[in-house]
Design a protein around this ligand. Structure first.
Ligand code: GLN
Length: 276
């Protein structure tokens, strides 16, 4: 019996999951790049490949994120392994990395900390592009620490120390030149938690189950004790949290406060310089 071709598989699946997701899942099943997939559109799938693809397409149709089905997501042009134990890296978080790199001269021996590292996307990208920096990445989840460590190995990043810690708990007495974080900032009552990819992501990485600000409060208040004078804190936050973050930063003794919009024009990253 004739097997289904690449093109036919995409055509069948795109009715339920759309063209882009169908292609991404098929690339994963066949272990092919986008360009190779297009060049081999008339190639026939093996029966087990066709079966695996149909299974993945069905799971996608039920809402599971593509990144969890393929086990990976690109961030800042690097490939990160992901699982439902970690948040899927988002394009808007690349802005946090841009700002961190801008503030980290390539020839300086900086000490950098990433709080709530998840897959390690932020910490490992900074470490990769600033090989002289010494990066510490912490996460409260053992599973996240394991994934971040595996990503460090896969990306060949050795200037990073990944440890399990609830925010600064295991960092007593340590100071850094730069602290970055994309903490859980979605309010517990935000309806987005029950929609799209967020339904499948670890709740502890998304929300404090309260007003969405408790982790930002903790991090901003505790950061000066772990920053050198003149050091920088940069945090990602929700669409309506920029004003509160500015107040929290001012209260904690930060100056030269910045707030940057993401590509959608939403105030997304705030930060400042530790004056004390
Ligand atoms: N940016 C994510 C979202 O709203 C939330 C990530 C986070 O809480 N840090 O989908």
């Amino acid at each position: 019996m004739r097997q289904i071709t690449v093109l036919e598989a995409v055509h069948q699946a795109r009715r339920t999951i759309g063209d882009i997701d169908a292609r991404m899942l098929l690339q994963h099943v066949l272990d092919m790049s986008h360009a190779v997939l297009i060049a081999h559109s008339d190639r026939e799938l093996l029966p087990e490949q066709a079966q695996y693809f149909v299974q993945l397409a069905q799971r996608r149709a039920h809402g599971e994120p593509v990144a969890y089905l393929t086990g990976k997501r690109e961030f800042y042009s690097l490939d990160f392994k992901v699982s439902p134990a970690v948040l899927i890296p988002r394009p808007e978080t690349e802005l946090l990395v841009d700002l961190a790199l801008e503030r980290s001269p390539v020839d300086c021996l900086l000490k950098i900390l990433d709080l709530g590292t998840g897959s390690g996307a932020i910490a490992l990208t900074i470490a990769k592009y600033r090989p002289l920096a010494s990066v510490t990445a912490v996460d409260a989840s053992n599973d996240a620490v394991a994934i971040a460590k595996s990503n460090a190995k896969q990306l060949g990043v050795s200037n990073v120390n990944i440890i399990r810690s609830n925010w600064f708990d295991r960092l007593v007495g340590e100071r850094f030149d730069l602290i970055v974080s994309n903490p859980p900032y979605v309010a517990g009552a935000d309806p987005h938690l029950a929609q799209g990819d967020l339904r499948f992501e670890p709740s502890m990485a998304l929300t404090d189950s309260g007003d969405g600000l408790s982790c930002l409060r903790t991090i901003i208040a505790a950061a000066p004790a772990h920053l050198e004078t003149g050091g920088t804190l940069l945090v990602e936050h929700g669409y309506d949290q920029a004003q509160t973050c500015r107040l929290l930063l001012e209260e904690a003794g930060f100056g030269a406060i910045i707030c940057r919009p993401d590509l959608a024009g939403i105030a997304r990253i705030s930060g400042g310089i530790c004056m004390i």
